[in-house]
Design a protein around this ligand. Sequence first.
Ligand SMILES: Nc1ncnc2c1ncn2[C@@H]1O[C@H](COP(=O)(O)OP(=O)(O)OP(=O)(O)O)[C@@H](O)[C@H]1O
Ligand SMILES: [Mg+2]
Length: 521
Amino acid sequence: MEIINTIWSQFGSIMASIMFVYTIYERFFPPSLRIYLRKHTQIITNLFYPYIQITFPEFTGEKLHRSDAYASIQTYLSENSSKTAKRLKAEVVKDSQTPLVLSMDDNEEITDEFNGVKVWWYSHHTTPRTQSFSFYPASDEKRFLTVTFHRRHRDLITGTYIKHVLDEGKAISTRNRQLKLYTNNPSENWYGYKRSKWSHIVFEHPARFETLAMDPKKKEEIVKDLVKFKKGKEYYEKIGKAWKRGYLLYGPPGTGKSTMIAAMANFMNYDIYDLELTAVKENTELRKLLIETSGKSIIVIEDIDCSLDLTGQRKKKKEEKDAEEKEKDPVKKAKSEEEKGSKVTLSGLLNFIDGIWSACGGERIIIFTTNFVDKLDPALIRRGRMDKHIELSYCGFEAFRVLARNYLDVENHGLFGRIGKLLEEVNMTPADVAENLMPKSVDEDSDTCLGNLVESLDKAKEEAEKMKKKTEEEEVKKKAEEEEQEAKLKAEKEKEKEKEKEVNSSNGESGGGVKENGHLH
Ligand SMILES: Nc1ncnc2c1ncn2[C@@H]1O[C@H](COP(=O)(O)OP(=O)(O)OP(=O)(O)O)[C@@H](O)[C@H]1O
Ligand SMILES: [Mg+2]
């Protein structure tokens, strides 16, 4: 007991001495001298402290972009840290092979070994010492990952190890990758505690190219194009072009444009950024959204013709016509006021697609969809911007065969010949064909479903013929009316001419009278 008391009293006096010396140092040493002293202490410490540190911040470039290196290292460490670190952060990932993803918590250190060399990773964060009170303390927080190693291994660590960590991290995230479907938030939610420009959910669309109904040759061409793009990193570098590609999908509603985008995402293993243009207020916002997208992604703008009025001159005529309607209809009026909030212009969108900023990140596909390709401004869809134009059209026989295989497991059937012939005569979308092929009850088998399709096609053919007849009749009627009108006009003109002649002749007679009269006078 006595020994403990002695230790405590000695410890107390040592602490008091340290505090005394520190106070003297703080009080009597001017700041310039302190900096000088600190610098030299650092030099002396470096002589005896043989370790080097490299720090990786979470955000680079004025907090614009989350560092890919940080993300890769974090993934790499997550795989290793769960075995060695004592304090871990847990994240539950739905439907993943490893539902619980563990990663290093703040201020936690883990050790890694590479070729027999030991390194220490440390995760930490800084909170700025601001005097002002903030509701959102976390928004200015900066996170870092730091690696420490002996200076004798400098070349190995900076040359090989860091590359190994980054590659391995990337490979792990591709392996465990869950595709995400993003949508842009309105700009009011971009700042503050819950700041984020994009919200996402897990992307779980089952569409694949095998289940997509379209002409097999066209499909193969698209798949080859995508494969070439995916493997094209060096090629794009060689030709000096940003690693991105634009697709324009056009065709009537229900022909599989959205389904094709989902199939592309699954095939390429890319995330989808579904950009809602009407929620973007101006061009600068569009640029910020673009910067926040990651590589290996598809940026989609659906129904581009409806999203914004990007059609230049047509705008004026349309505006004049619509203005009156909007005044009358309160719903339309409210909608137009909402649309006025968006000032994204055609040039802003063109810059978004192939401006200098669009090259940031690389490995991106941009897709526009539209029902009316003729409505779009040619500048928007010229090659180079929308490199490949893909038409998705009404269901042909080959497309029907894919649907029959998908929906009914039928490769061949007696009705196929008739269906093929009908599909040549009638325009029916794959969506309608698919709806007919889908059994509506447990009693319906493939025969019934194919029968239903034939019935629908017959009906559609009948209706199409009726429509054709009706339009023909209307045209004949219109022509007859026009002819009648013309005849009427002609008759009226004749009549007028007659009248003129009569007036002239009577004027001639009476004019002679005046002369005569004049002569008489
Ligand atoms: N080519 C196709 N292959 C397979 N299924 C298709 C195809 N086209 C349409 N479908 C079916 O029809 C439904 C509607 O198709 P989708 O939404 O892809 O059409 P869309 O062309 O995007 O139409 P919209 O122009 O109205 O957006 C899909 O859920 C899908 O089941
Ligand atoms: Mg669609």
